[in-house]
Design a protein. Structure first.
Length: 434
């Protein structure tokens, strides 16, 4: 970079620090969740200057943008205590930013960025009206700052989603007011590098269950009656075998590093579901059969035929997902707690969208859930469901925590399966008693 542009960059950084410091400072005495003195014009100014004049390298070269929110934790603690006193359930969540190397097919590794050493990050499950009190910690060993944007929240991005630099942490809390399956993700260093951080693994979901539970599932078939074809409607209990499927892409160079030029061209290296390409397909591709660790090996998802299955499907990437199950129809598509479709073949998800699919697999057999984009299918977006006569243990990374709403989740046995470090796999094994 020329000296002229270096000076411009540094001046830009100083301006941003000044704007954000003033914004942060002025909001420190404001109760979390209430309005701050930051105006849309201020935020536009910050965003424009950030993207126009500062690169991640520049940020690092001046020691990073450090936003220490004086009193922020105290205000959060007071607010959480008040919510607890009025009887709300509090979910304390700790996420740790960790850059690690993780496996991809072919015996290779790539440079991943993770929450808690796993891709996707931990699935958080709460009930509508509960409080999520989340702390993001960035260890001093990290080479970059990180941040946390939770789509389940409805709070100001500034200061809550601002960068947390190595050696620091940030806490915020909110009431999960809307049911759904919401993305959470890193926003990089105040949006710098957000693409790299998310597409390298820093994403996960918060499932917010409806306070009044999920609706019964109406399944419509036909039957013969007195020589005529008539409708046969049955109502299936909301209790279901539940799975999460999070779609994303990896854009990598030959060294396993993030390739931004490939991202701009949508030139996908791998399409991943729950962090792995073909992670639930041991039949067609046999991609992971020679993986070094058991938790990497491909395993199908087992569902009992004729029973209620609920899928939480999220698009975490920057390509559309045309969600389809080969051999099945989606009996009901819900977004939030609103039914969008019934008896449909495919449902589309744009970036950061989610769907809750209720399905009864009619017959025992093999079904393949895909992104019905051929480039996606053949780069990893295929999940094998085996419908059997009875349930069986499933991969831990495809099974969400059980709901607290009675009559929602049918508890499933799991075995450790994850795009994660060996250390994290051991922790998951301890947590799930495996
Ligand atoms: Cu990050």
């Amino acid at each position: 970079m020329s000296q002229r542009y270096s000076i411009i960059a540094i001046v830009g950084i100083i301006a941003i620090v000044g704007i954000l410091f003033v914004s942060t400072y002025s909001s420190a005495s404001v109760t979390r969740g209430s309005a701050t003195s930051i105006t849309p014009a201020t935020i536009d100014k910050v965003t424009k200057q950030t993207t126009d004049t500062v690169t991640a390298k520049d940020v690092t070269s001046v020691g990073g943008l450090i936003f220490k929110m004086q009193g922020a934790s105290a205000a959060t603690a007071d607010q959480v205590a008040a919510w607890k006193a009025e009887g709300r359930t509090i979910h304390k969540v700790n996420l740790i930013a960790q850059s690690v190397d993780l496996p991809i097919p072919g015996g290779k590794m790539y440079h991943a960025m993770t929450f808690n050493g796993q891709v996707p990050g931990p699935t958080i499950r709460v009930t509508q009206g509960d409080v999520i009190d989340v702390t993001l910690t960035v260890p001093s060993t990290e080479h970059t700052g990180h941040s946390l944007d939770m789509h389940a929240s409805q709070i100001s991005a500034v200061p809550n989603f601002l960068a947390v630099m190595p050696g620091h942490s940030n806490e915020y809390a909110f009431i999960a007011e809307t049911p759904g399956s919401f993305k959470y993700h890193c926003e990089g260093v105040n949006v710098l590098g957000m693409d790299q951080h998310v597409l390298s693994g820093m994403y996960g979901i918060v499932i917010v269950d409806p306070l009044d539970g999920y609706h019964k599932l109406l399944v419509t078939k036909t039957m013969m009656q007195n020589g005529h074809v008539v409708l046969n409607r049955t109502l299936v209990s909301p209790a279901a075998y539940e799975f999460t499927l999070q779609f994303n892409q990896l854009y990598l160079d030959d060294n396993g590093s993030y390739d931004q030029s490939a991202m701009f061209k949508h030139d996908t290296t791998w399409t991943v579901i729950n962090g792995k390409p073909f992670g639930y397909d041991p039949v067609v591709t046999k991609t992971w059969n020679n993986a070094p660790a058991d938790h990497d090996k491909a395993a199908p998802l087992i569902v009992p035929a004729g029973q209620h299955v609920r899928l939480f499907v999220n698009n975490q990437g920057n390509m559309p997902v045309f969600f389809h199950i080969v051999g099945e129809q989606i009996d009901r598509v819900t977004q939030g707690n609103v039914v969008q479709a019934m008896g449909t073949q495919t449902w589309d998800l744009g970036g950061s969208q989610d769907e809750i699919d209720d399905i009864v697999f009619d017959q025992p057999g093999a079904y393949v859930a895909v992104n019905h984009d051929y480039a996606a299918i053949f780069s990893g977006a295929a999940v094998v469901f085996l419908a059997k006569d009875s349930p069986a243990p499933n991969p831990s990374d495809a099974v969400p925590p059980d709901s607290s709403v009675p009559g929602t989740s049918i508890h499933q046995q799991t075995f450790v399966h994850c795009e994660c470090t060996d250390e994290r796999a051991a922790q998951i094994g301890n947590m799930t008693g495996q």
